[in-house]
Ligand binder design. Structure first.
Ligand code: PMP
Length: 404
């Protein structure tokens, strides 16, 4: 079957590819320690499951409104009011099959050929390909580790052209764990106020997996003058360990939301009715699950950051949120493996960890971060400890290449 041109512009997600490779190696009987996983290792709470079962039994098994059930939309409005003091009308909210789908539809609804989307790197793998799939051009802006992997106002200003439609701000970020402070958001807002044609797509999916004292700030709340062009996306996947339920949402300008709803009405019709009942229960019910899991993530984060920084040649900074570490492995590049292969780049390094240490990680280039690799700490401390030992052994086995 001939496929469309747009398919030639994109590739499958590298995390899905890594998961496939891990499954293959496991099926060969190898004990792989998998640090590639992009989802919580906790189960969905019982009260959330109970709400889904109740919805099934009550016959909530039909199509829902395209933009989601009123109960779920009300729960989303409540969360954003409570957390950020933001007010949204019903016409400003849409619910979709995961934040991923909502972001995809927002791009589909707004991009024409030649339109540019500023994507700060390191980035979540899907942004550039989602832009390309929708005829846009990703404009990748490097945000080095020395700048906290964050977009600095000067770099934003320099990247904006008359073709810019969006800038993507993922905070806290995947794969870096970096989050923008209120002051940093204000500084970016100053630049954006001077360019009224640029929209901001904020991806706040890790907002609750957050290690700061005050809540993670949101651009829409920090600068109300941007309210008519911020599209805030979020979901229940990470916070409530509900990745398989596929519920995400977007809030922002009503005309954009209407356009997304039109696309949704012609694609999925609506998100799953049962999953929406579960998501509403997650958002409005007891929040102990969030507090308890964040406590666990924090302990794992602190332990793993220390273990990684104890490995000669590796280093990482302490993430503000999320459950990933972006580890600098630049010192390993150019070295030789025990069987004489030269580590040319981070992809070779990740392969070395898998082949010699049976530890699966994702190479940084997949996220626009060459010279790095991503560890997910959404796994047990035992696995993390053992994995870091194996990583240390694999690093120690590398030899400097002999001088020519
Ligand atoms: N944004 C980021 C930064 C993510 O890491 C993910 C999940 N990997 C998503 C969005 C998508 O989440 P959802 O399950 O709601 O589609």
């Amino acid at each position: 079957m001939k496929t469309a041109e747009r398919l030639r512009r994109i590739k499958p997600s590298p995390s899905t590819a890594a998961a496939q490779r891990v499954r293959e190696l496991k099926s060969q009987g190898l004990t792989i320690l998998d640090l590639t996983v992009g989802e919580p290792d906790f189960d969905t709470s019982d009260h959330v499951k109970a709400a889904a079962i109740k919805a099934i039994e009550a016959g909530e098994t039909k199509y829902t409104p395209v933009n989601g059930t009123s109960a779920l939309r009300a729960a989303i409005v409540g969360k954003l009011r409570e957390r950020h003091g933001l007010e949204f009308t019903d016409a400003q909210i849409t619910v979709g099959g995961g934040a991923k789908q909502v972001i995809f539809l927002a791009l589909m609804a707004t991009l024409d050929e030649g339109d540019e989307v500023i994507v700060p790197a390191p980035y979540w793998v899907s942004y550039p390909d989602m832009v390309r799939a929708n005829d846009g051009t990703p404009v990748i802006v490097d945000c080095p580790e020395a700048e906290g992997f964050k977009l600095m106002p000067e770099r934003l200003g320099a990247a904006i052209t008359e073709h810019t439609r969006w800038v993507v701000l993922n905070t806290p970020g995947n794969p870096t764990g970096s989050a923008y402070t209120v002051a940093e958001l204000q500084a970016l807002a100053q630049v954006l106020l001077a360019h009224p044609h640029v929209g901001v797509l904020t991806d706040e999916i890790y907002d609750e997996i957050w290690y700061g004292y005050e809540d993670a700030p949101s651009l829409a709340a920090v600068e109300p003058r941007l309210a008519d062009r911020v599209f805030l996306t979020n979901g229940v996947s990470k916070t409530y360990a509900m990745t398989g339920w596929r519920i995400g949402y977007g809030v922002g300008p009503a005309d954009l939301v209407t356009a997304i709803n039109t696309l949704q009405s012609q694609t999925s019709s609506c998100p799953s009715s049962v999953s929406q009942a579960a998501a509403a229960a997650a958002l409005t019910g007891p929040q102990d699950f969030v507090r308890d899991t964040v406590r666990v993530y924090r302990a794992r984060r602190d332990a793993t950051v220390k273990l990684v920084n104890d490995v000669p040649g590796l280093s990482c900074t302490v993430p503000d949120g999320g459950f990933y570490l972006l580890v600098n492995c630049q010192e390993a590049i150019g070295k030789l493996t025990p069987d004489g292969h030269r580590i040319e780049n981070d992809e070779d390094f990740a392969r070395h960890l898998l082949d010699s240490g049976q530890v699966a990680v994702i190479h940084g280039s997949a996220y626009g971060a060459p010279g790095y690799f991503r560890i997910s700490f959404a796994t047990s401390t035992d696995v993390l400890t053992e994995a870091c030992e194996r990583i240390a052994t694999a690093c120690a086995a590398l030899k400097s290449a002999a001088a020519p």
